[in-house]
Design a protein around this ligand. Structure first.
Ligand SMILES: Cc1cc2nc3c(=O)[nH]c(=O)nc-3n(C[C@H](O)[C@H](O)[C@H](O)COP(=O)(O)OP(=O)(O)OC[C@H]3O[C@@H](n4cnc5c(N)ncnc54)[C@H](O)[C@@H]3O)c2cc1C
Length: 465
């Protein structure tokens, strides 16, 4: 019979007691209402079971939690909004960052400084009155830090680059429990690694990044019935190879449930969704948009001039929690044959249990390293393929195989790598795909930096590789 140290020494405080005496925020044990609330994910398939959850009230709480986790031999997991695919395990202590919610906009310097618990929409809403825009992802209810650390590929990324390319300062707690404020001059290696390499190096408590003078976009989506799919997707493929850098676009095949929340023409239907965003002079894009509209008969057309803060309308991602499993791979090219494969696997006739399979056009500003280079993967990719299915009990065992078969069909055109935010849960093939994104030299450099700042791999519960 195994006996724990705590059973031998009843005077030794439990992990929960140690945390409670060290942090000002609340500490929750499994089986309590506070715990359930603090770990309730957006992706309902990523069910978190940490040994404890600390709702940090300050960066000092994060640092104290890391030091205790190290002392008691636990990993650290992190939770901001629960949009991620990783589930925290009982060998971890989870840090919930939702109370680190400071947002400071500096309109003169065109900078935002935000706490680790802040969601993009809040930054958009606070930057808009100053005529400024933040480079969020397609779903502005996701977290600023989580999205940015994986790269952050948003609806205007071809024009503006990855969110991580515009980070200028980070406050982070590293494996020794030290809170550091880092930038390109103070800690060039760590600053390189976190921007793209993510939580493998520490827990970010605050981040500062550039804002841009963008108030409106000509943007939105066109939906076509699945019967038009071949013409629309092949037509988009030809069109997208010629678009200027001021335009970003993606295309998705969606198999939608009959939900009341969906616009009536989309309910219970399989459709093709073409997304479009043009930064700059709207006069120039009439021809581009007319071409897209003529690819079929749109059943819904919400392509118009929008306020930047309404950028969520472009992808119209779901805003209510749902259980999904996801996979992704970067594509180096999209020849005609690749579109045929895409149509075969993603359409309902392919017989796979998929909700969404999308291709985002990359290139443009994403293909260039920023002035201060970072570890974001995908600079060499032309497209990003992403697919997800419903992780419900009936499908749980078959879904990984179904999602992998989509990637298998696209393998001849793939680089083999994946962006961390889209890859799926951070084990097995998805984690390998993330690491494949780095050259052997860069991976060696990242591992050396990780060994320096987290030699005990305490952040394995938060990292995506
Ligand atoms: C509907 C939807 C749309 C999306 N669209 C895009 C998109 O357009 N572009 C894009 O790039 N990605 C997109 N993503 C992926 C998104 O970038 C990742 O899911 C991201 O991890 C979400 O971060 P979060 O903090 O909101 O989620 P959480 O589940 O709270 O965190 C997920 C992970 O982020 C990291 N993380 C969070 N906080 C910290 C911290 N303080 N310190 C260190 N690491 C931290 C950790 O690795 C953590 O496990 C989308 C996801 C969803 C569900």
């Amino acid at each position: 019979m195994s006996t724990s140290i705590e059973e031998f020494s009843p005077a030794l405080p439990s992990v929960i007691d140690q945390l409670r005496s060290a942090v000002a925020g609340s500490v929750h044990a499994p089986g309590t209402g506070g715990y359930d609330l603090a770990v309730a994910p957006f992706n309902l398939a990523a069910v978190h079971h940490p040994a404890a959850v600390v709702v940090a009230s300050s960066a000092a709480d994060v640092a104290a939690t890391v030091r205790i986790a190290r002392r008691v031999g636990k990993k650290i997991a992190v939770f901001a909004t629960g949009h991620g695919a990783a589930a925290a395990t009982p060998d971890s202590i989870m840090i919930n960052t939702s109370l680190l919610d400071n947002v400071v906009i500096d309109p003169q310097a065109k900078l935002a400084t935000v706490g680790a618990g802040v969601r993009w929409q809040r930054v958009l809403d606070e930057a808009t009155p100053h005529g400024l825009a933040a480079l969020c992802g397609s779903a502005p209810d996701a977290g600023v830090v989580g999205v940015t650390l994986g790269g952050g590929m948003g609806p205007i990324a071809r024009t503006m680059g990855f969110a991580a390319d515009h980070v200028i300062e980070i406050e982070v707690v590293t494996g020794d429990g030290t809170l550091r404020r880092i930038n390109a001059s103070t800690d060039p290696d760590l600053f390189f690694a976190i921007r793209g390499g993510g939580a493998a190096f520490g827990i970010v408590t605050q981040i500062t990044f550039r804002l841009f003078e963008i108030q409106t976009l000509h943007a939105g989506g066109l939906f076509f019935d699945i019967v038009d799919a071949a013409r629309v997707v092949h037509g988009w493929r030809e069109w997208v190879q010629q678009i200027p850098e001021s335009v970003s676009s993606s295309i998705a095949i969606l198999n939608l449930p009959p939900l009341e929340d969906l616009p009536e023409p989309l309910r219970g239907r399989s459709v093709v969704h073409v997304r479009y965003a043009h930064v700059g002079d709207v006069e120039n894009d009439d021809a581009l948009v007319t071409y897209l509209r003529c690819l079929g008969t749109p059943i819904l057309d919400n392509l118009t001039e929008i306020m930047y803060a309404d950028i969520a309308a472009i992808h119209a991602d779901p805003t209510d929690p749902l259980p999904v499993m996801e996979r992704s791979v970067l594509l180096r090219e999209l020849p005609v044959e690749a579109v045929d494969e895409f149509l075969a696997v993603a359409s309902p006739s392919g017989g796979l249990p998929l909700i969404l399979t999308e291709i985002r056009a990359m290139g443009g500003a994403m293909s260039r390293q920023p002035e201060v280079p970072n570890a974001v993967v995908g600079r060499d990719a032309a497209f990003n393929l992403f697919t997800l299915g419903p992780d419900v009990p009936d499908l749980h065992d078959v879904l990984p195989g179904a999602l992998e078969s989509v990637l298998g069909a696209m393998a001849p055109y793939a680089t083999g790598a994946a962006l961390p935010g889209f890859a799926g849960e951070p084990t097995g093939e998805p984690a390998k795909r993330v690491m494949t994104g780095w050259s052997p030299e860069t991976l060696t450099r990242l591992v050396a930096i990780r060994d320096q700042y987290d030699p005990e791999r305490i952040f394995a519960g938060a990292a995506r590789w």
